[in-house]
Design a protein around this ligand. Structure first.
Ligand code: IPE
Ligand code: IPE
Ligand code: MG
Length: 267
C-alpha cells in the first residue's frame, strides 16, 4: 500500500466521517473510585468500552481506530496494576481475536513489545498474522508506546537504512519507519477522563488532527459519545494553514465537500 501523504506536504481529503480516530482511553481508575471499586474494575470495564467503540466505528464507516492502551510511562504504576493490565491484554486477545477477525477487523499493535513476556508477544504476532488481510477496520493498539520512542526508533531505523542521506533527511524518508506505517494521520483525536494533554501519544501524527476532550471516563464511553465527538469534528474548519476564504474557494471546485461544508449544506 502506498504511503499516505502527510498533512504538512499535501492537503488531505476531509470527509464528514473521520477516516482515522485516535483515542486516549483515560479515566478507568477514577471511574472505579467513584464506585468505591478497585482500579482493576475500571480497567475491566474499559475493555467493554473498546468493544462498543469498535462496533460503532465499523457501523459509522471509520476505517482506522488507534487506541492508547499502555504508555511507555505507565510502567511507573504499582507493579500489581501493571501486571493486571498485562493479564487483561492477554485475556482480551485470547477472547476477542476470532470475533474481530469474523468482523473484518485487522489488528495491529504498535509500541516496544520487546518488554512484554513471550506469551503476550506470541499472541500479538498470531493475532496480527491472522487478521492481516482484513479491510473493514484497522484497529491499532498502542501498547508500551510513546511518541518519543516512536520518533527515536524511526530515526535510528531510517539512518541505518539510508546512511547516504545524512544531513538531508526529509519527512518522506522518516514516515515509512514510524510505527503507524502507511496508516493515514488521525483526523480526530479523542481523550476521555478530563485531562487536556497528549501524554506522549502520537506526537508526529497529530500535527493537524482535530482534538476533542471529554470529561466522561473511558468505561462510560459508547456510541453516543462517539457521535458527539464526530459531531464536534464536523463543525471544525480544517484549514491546514490556508485562510478560510481559500478553503471555501477550494471546496467550490471539488465534488468532495469538507465536513464543515457538508454540515452547513445539510443544516
Ligand atoms: C486509563 O485509565 C488506562 C491506562 C492508562 C492503562 P487510568 O488508569 O489512567 O485512569 P485514571 O486516569 O487513573 O482515572
Ligand atoms: C495515558 O493515560 C495513557 C493511556 C491511556 C494508556 P495516563 O493516565 O497514563 O496519562 P497521564 O499520566 O494522566 O498523563
Ligand atoms: Mg489516567
Amino acid at each position: 500500500m502506498a504511503i499516505q501523504p502527510s498533512s504538512t506536504r499535501a492537503i488531505p481529503e476531509v470527509r464528514p466521517v473521520p477516516r482515522h480516530v485516535a483515542i486516549i482511553m483515560d479515566g478507568n481508575g477514577r471511574w472505579a473510585k467513584t464506585r468505591k471499586l478497585p482500579r482493576a474494575a475500571g480497567h475491566r470495564e474499559g475493555v467493554e468500552a473498546v468493544r462498543r467503540v469498535v462496533r460503532a466505528s465499523i457501523e459509522r464507516g471509520v476505517e482506522y481506530v488507534t487506541l492508547f492502551a499502555f504508555s511507555s510511562e505507565n510502567w511507573r504504576r504499582p507493579a500489581e496494576e501493571v501486571s493486571f493490565l498485562m493479564g487483561l491484554f492477554v485475556a482480551a486477545l485470547e477472547r476477542e481475536v476470532d470475533k474481530l477477525h469474523a468482523n473484518g477487523v485487522r489488528l495491529k499493535v504498535i509500541g516496544d513489545v520487546s518488554a512484554f513476556d513471550t506469551r503476550l508477544v506470541d499472541l500479538i504476532r498470531q493475532a496480527e498474522q491472522k487478521t492481516a488481510g482484513n479491510q473493514r477496520l484497522t484497529l491499532t493498539i498502542a501498547a508500551n508506546y510513546g511518541g518519543r520512542w516512536d520518533l527515536m526508533q524511526a530515526i535510528n531505523a531510517m539512518t541505518l537504512a539510508h546512511p547516504e542521506k545524512r544531513g538531508c533527511y526529509r519527512e518522506t524518508d522518516l514516515e515509512p519507519f514510524l510505527a503507524l506505517g502507511d496508516i493515514p494521520e488521525p483526523d480526530l483525536f479523542i481523550r476521555t477522563g478530563g485531562e487536556q494533554r497528549i501524554s506522549n501519544f502520537l506526537l508526529w501524527h497529530l500535527a493537524y488532527t482535530e482534538l476533542y476532550f471529554t470529561d466522561k471516563f473511558w468505561p462510560d464511553f459508547d456510541e453516543h459519545l462517539l457521535d458527539e465527538a464526530i459531531a464536534s469534528y464536523r463543525r471544525r474548519e480544517r484549514r491546514f494553514g490556508r485562510t478560510s476564504e481559500q478553503l471555501h474557494a477550494a471546496m467550490a471546485q471539488t465534488s468532495f465537500p469538507s465536513a464543515a461544508a457538508s454540515e452547513a449544506l445539510h443544516a
